[in-house]
Design a protein around this ligand. Structure first.
Ligand code: ZN
Length: 255
């Protein structure tokens, strides 16, 4: 059985006897693990088998295992390696995406989002966090776990103001619930609650309403981006049941 598809390389692990395992996010078939030879030949350019590479791949399945038969690089995103912060942030998104994806189930909207993310971060010189939080939020939108920002996630009040964000309840919490109402008991037990102001909710709405490409020149204030990153990380972990990438810990040491 042969498959032909565009794909982005999420991860590469070298194995024995000059072979490697390549984790691909394919456009047509979703996440696939495939074996490949490390040596470069006519069929396989080395750069198409590196992390972040975007290319065209021909895969063959035999005895239940995929092999990369042929690969053609379209964009290696080599500039990712030229700046440590850019590289670590892009690595974080690759790991995050890997965790979001089930095996061998197509996710074209997320594939397109990841391709856009790589194109944008490859040219960015600052504000990498902005792109990371935008990607996290847009990928959660694709999964159908967009944070609730229009009504209070506890009592359903339609003009909630914006005093808190409850990860467990999936959205903002109104002033009434955070002060006197009977819901205060629920909130006090909720360790995943963040104080948020009007600006942060406005930014979340802005990110939800526009495509990723729209944020090419957008750089959020550092403290705002950090807070959003923390909220989205918890929101994704809680609602999509994923553990956070290891890169996250490395990132903490950088900032
Ligand atoms: Zn409320």
């Amino acid at each position: 059985m042969y498959l032909e598809t565009d794909a982005i390389i999420l991860r590469v692990v070298k194995t024995l006897k000059g072979r490697m395992m390549v984790l691909l996010f394919t456009e047509k078939y979703g996440k696939i693990s495939a074996g490949a030879f490390q040596r470069v030949n006519k069929q396989n350019s080395g750069s198409a088998l590196r992390p972040f590479a975007f290319g065209f791949y021909e895969l063959r399945k035999s005895l239940g295992i995929f092999q990369i038969n042929k690969s053609e690089i379209k964009n290696g995103f080599f500039s990712l390696g030229e700046n440590l912060e850019r590289f670590v942030n892009a690595s974080f998104i690759m790991e995050f995406t890997e965790k979001l994806l089930p095996e061998e189930a197509p996710f074209p909207a997320l594939f397109e989002l990841l391709a856009d993310f790589l194109r944008l971060i490859a040219h960015r010189t600052r504000g990498f966090d902005t792109l990371v939080v935008a990607y996290m939020l847009k990928s959660m939108q694709i999964w159908g776990v967009t944070p609730e920002l229009d009504i209070c996630s506890l009592c359903g009040a339609t003009q909630p103001g914006s005093s808190g964000f409850s990860v467990k309840h999936g959205g903002i919490v109104c002033n009434n619930c955070t002060t006197e109402s009977e819901n205060i008991d629920i909130l006090l037990k909720d360790e995943l609650i963040y104080m948020v102001n009007f600006d942060i909710v406005k930014v979340m709405k802005y990110l939800i309403q526009h495509p990723l490409k729209h944020f090419e020149g957008l750089v959020l204030e550092d403290s705002m981006a950090k807070k959003l990153r923390m909220i989205f990380k918890e929101h994704a972990a809680y609602h999509l049941d994923i553990s956070m990438p290891k890169t996250e810990y490395f990132l903490d040491t950088l900032t």
